[in-house]
Design a protein around this ligand. Structure first.
Ligand code: NAP
Ligand code: 12T
Length: 349
């Protein structure tokens, strides 16, 4: 084959711009690239490998002769168009939550469960950004020591909520510097009845609330973790609970993770050894040098950074970790393109 016809759905978005650049840097042979968005952006010109490409409005006909779709235009858009794309013969890697819990759809972090790709039926789901950076760090610990419980609090960057929310937070910061009242029409969640400024603030709401008081982002972290590690979104074998908080950071989610492993003899040195060997992980952990992961130093990088490794001195087999990754790269565009690279390498397109 002399290359694939690729379509990026949601090419003008915060994730879409990274899908374009990650695809350009990947080893996927691209014969033809289509940039798809809504009618609002049709006609806009973007660049792929320095070549100008015109954005097209997405229609059911957009997927004719397309081999590979990288989708990041929201769950409703994926729900509407990906079955059509599959019908016309494309394989789709979907970055939205639309199909993640479908038992026929593999939910994949290549370093963790690449073999699940073999079971695809046309759609492969990219996990949630917060799930990816946590599970890539927990997987080697789980395999070496067993994992009984995970308690996570996230510190999530505004870019995860889309370009418009990101712009709004910068505007709020400018309002504050101008001594004006900060205004909010999007943050914390577009379409909700109430909006609050995020700049100089913390908002413990990401995505909508569920009936049990958890947000949907927290629900996703719990059930996606179980699906990826245990192949069962409701497995009781690893207990997971989460609190997800939006912080006024532009790029890079932070996570404070408390874990209890099965092997009570596990040590920080043992965990560090597992993390150091794990592809995609960089251990940044040296208190003497004040070395620890930060959003500003992780932004723009494909890797996930882990530090502040500590044993809970009052609970043998329990540990604290601090995890940071660029939410738009490993959390979204890079993991999506990496899945596509694996599909190509494994002959699954
Ligand atoms: P964004 O900056 O708001 O961009 C949204 C993109 O979707 C734009 O390209 C937009 O095109 C396009 N779009 C919107 N409505 C459309 C329609 N009806 N038909 C075709 N295209 C349409 O948002 P983002 O941050 O890039 O995120 C996009 C989606 O990715 C999210 O909704 C979410 O589902 C997913 N996401 C996943 C993760 C993750 O954790 N893995 C992280 C972030 C986002 P226009 O320019 O025409 O408006
Ligand atoms: N609401 O793909 O707002 O499930 O940061 C990712 C990020 C949903 C998703 C966010 C979201 C997803 C966000």
């Amino acid at each position: 084959m002399n290359g694939y016809n690729v379509a990026i759905l949601g090419a003008t978005g915060a994730v879409g711009s990274r899908l374009i650049s990650q695809l350009a840097q990947s080893n996927i042979p691209v014969k033809n690239l289509k940039l798809l968005a809504s009618a609002r952006s049709a006609g806009k010109v973007l660049k792929f490998k320095n070549e100008p490409l015109t954005v097209e409005e997405t229609t059911p006909d957009s997927f004719k002769n397309v081999d590979l779709v990288l989708a990041s235009a929201g769950g409703n858009v994926s729900q509407k168009f990906l079955p059509i794309a599959v019908q016309s013969g494309a394989v789709c890697v979907d970055n939205t939550s639309a199909f993640r819990m479908d038992p026929d759809v593999p939910l994949v972090i290549p370093e963790v469960n690449r073999e699940a790709l073999k079971r695809h039926h046309g759609i492969i789901a990219n996990p949630n950004c917060s799930t990816i950076q946590m599970v890539i760090a927990l997987a080697p610990i789980y395999h070496a020591f067993g994992l009984k419980q995970v308690i996570v609090s996230t510190y999530q960057a505004v870019s995860g909520a889309g370009q418009a929310a990101w712009n709004e937070m910068l505007h709020q910061a400018q309002q504050r510097l101008n001594n004006e009242a900060m205004t909010a029409k999007i943050t914390p969640v577009k379409g909700e009845p109430h909006h609050y400024p995020l700049a100089f603030n913390l908002l413990p709401q990401i995505d909508v609330f569920e009936d049990n008081g958890y947000t949907h982002e927290e629900w996703k972290m719990i059930h996606e973790t179980k699906k990826i590690l245990l192949d069962d979104m409701d497995s009781p074998d690893i207990k997971v609970t989460a609190t997800c908080v939006r912080v006024p950071v532009e790029l890079g989610h932070g996570e404070s993770v408390y874990i209890e492993v099965a092997d009570k003899k596990a040590t920080v040195a043992g965990l560090r050894q597992q993390l150091t060997r794990m592809p995609g992980i960089i251990v940044q952990d040296d208190p003497a040098e004040q070395l620890y992961p930060q959003p500003l130093t992780a932004a723009g990088k494909r890797e996930t950074f882990v530090g502040r490794l500590r044993a809970d001195e009052e609970n043998p087999g329990a540990f604290n970790l601090w995890i940071v990754s660029d939410n738009l790269l490993k959390g979204a565009a890079w993991n999506t393109v990496e899945i596509a690279e694996c599909l190509v390498e494994d002959g699954l397109i």
